[in-house]
Design a protein around this ligand. Structure first.
Ligand SMILES: [Zn+2]
Ligand SMILES: [Zn+2]
Length: 82
C-alpha cells in the first residue's frame, strides 16, 4: 500500500486512486466527490458520476409521498378550523 507516487507529483505519496482513470493521486490532486475519489480532469467530466444519475427516481418518489402527507395535513387542519 505504501510507496506509490502521485501521477502528477513524483515526490509525493498517493493517498488514493481516481475512480475515473485509475491514476494514483496525492492530497493536492485528489478530488473527493459523493461518487468517490477523482482526479481534477475526471471530476470535471459529468460522465464519471454515475451515482448522481441514479438518485432522481428515488427522490422523486419521496417528493410524491411528502406532497401527499402535506396535502392530508392541510385537509385535516382545514376540517378542524371549519
Ligand atoms: Zn481521473
Ligand atoms: Zn499530486
Amino acid at each position: 500500500m505504501n510507496g506509490i507516487a502521485c501521477a502528477h507529483h513524483a515526490d509525493r505519496l498517493a493517498l488514493g486512486y481516481c475512480a475515473g482513470c485509475g491514476k494514483p493521486l496525492c492530497s493536492t490532486c485528489l478530488v473527493r466527490l459523493s461518487a468517490g475519489n477523482y482526479c481534477e480532469a475526471c471530476a470535471r467530466t459529468p460522465g464519471h458520476r454515475p451515482v448522481e444519475r441514479r438518485a432522481p427516481p428515488r427522490s422523486r418518489l419521496w417528493v410524491v409521498v411528502g406532497a401527499a402527507a402535506a396535502a392530508a395535513a392541510v385537509i385535516l387542519l382545514a376540517a378542524r378550523l371549519l
